[in-house]
Design a protein around this ligand. Structure first.
Ligand code: CUA
Length: 290
């Protein structure tokens, strides 16, 4: 497509340049004196060529390219991952193991992954430019696309359909890793949350379950089963917070919980007025959820 567009662009610019070179000789038309020839040029390059080029690109895109980028056919699928778009984060599910995470998709390299795209609220668009084209996430509809990474690496994904105030901060990472690293990651993600060990962490767990946190977030293995916000069962193992808004470090997590609206204005997490010892305890507990 780029080559075709480049040729057309070069042709158009070439004709413009030719006209500019001959600007002082109005009596000398481009290819001769014939009015019919000039009209013919306009019809040829103004209508016939664009019609043919655009139709050809349409056929190439819809008959060949779309098919090549679609989800793998049933027998070629080696793994299924479900991504659900929310304002403004990504819920990531691994149906084969029951693992649920957010804003970070791990896949094994050289594996054909069937990515199932859904939405929990408005229209989003799932896009990892280095791995495939975009696929829309439409409420009530299921779309599928293939994710395939040839080499290990971290590939940035981004919502590419305007979905509200924090659309730009709705990003995620795809981490492609060797099979055994992926298997170890998935096995850990599928487990319930670790039990807190120290006194501070245990207090943090009690505070978390007693506060409004638990009505929006799930921590598997506890009574927290909210589904409004991301699953936090293995929060500490993730690279970022707020869908790639800030890194997931101890100080950043504390800053986020203390005042999420100043970091990501408009997001659904309210300021719970947690401070001092309660905040420290909750951060200690969540930091232990590896
Ligand atoms: Cu979600 Cu834009």
């Amino acid at each position: 497509m780029l080559v075709a567009a480049g040729v057309v662009f070069a042709g158009a610019v070439g004709l413009l340049v030719l006209g500019w070179i001959r600007r002082d000789r109005p009596g000398l038309p481009l290819l001769g004196e014939s009015e019919r020839l000039n009209t013919g040029m306009v019809l040829l390059f103004g209508m016939a060529v664009p019609l043919v080029v655009v139709s050809a690109l349409f056929v190439v895109a819809n008959v060949f390219l779309i098919r090549d980028t679609e989800a793998p056919a049933g027998d070629k699928t080696e793994m299924t991952v479900t991504a659900v778009g929310h304002q403004w984060f990504w819920e990531i599910r691994y149906p084969s193991s029951g693992a649920v995470t957010a804003n970070e998709i791990h896949i094994p390299v050289e594996t054909s992954v069937d990515l199932v795209a859904r939405s929990a609220d408005v229209i989003h668009s799932f896009w990892v430019p280095e791995l495939n084209r975009k696929v829309d996430m439409i409420p009530g509809k299921t779309n599928r696309i293939e994710l395939y990474a040839e080499e290990p690496g971290v590939f940035r994904g981004q919502c590419s359909e305007f979905c509200g105030l924090q659309h730009a901060n709705m990003a995620f990472d795809v981490v492609a890793e060797p099979r055994q690293d992926f298997d170890a990651w998935l096995a850990r993600e599928a487990e319930p949350a670790q039990q807190p060990e120290g006194a501070e962490e245990q207090r943090g767990k009690r505070e978390f379950l007693a506060s409004a946190c638990a009505s929006c977030h799930t921590i598997r293995g506890t009574s927290a089963r909210g589904t409004v916000g991301p699953d936090l069962t293995h929060l500490a193992g993730r690279r970022t917070l707020g869908a790639l808004t800030i890194p997931n470090r101890h100080g950043d997590l504390s800053r986020w919980i203390a005042d999420p609206q100043s970091i990501k204005p408009g997001n659904r997490m309210p300021d719970l007025n947690l401070g001092g010892a309660r905040l420290r305890a909750i951060v200690a507990y969540l930091s232990g959820l590896k």
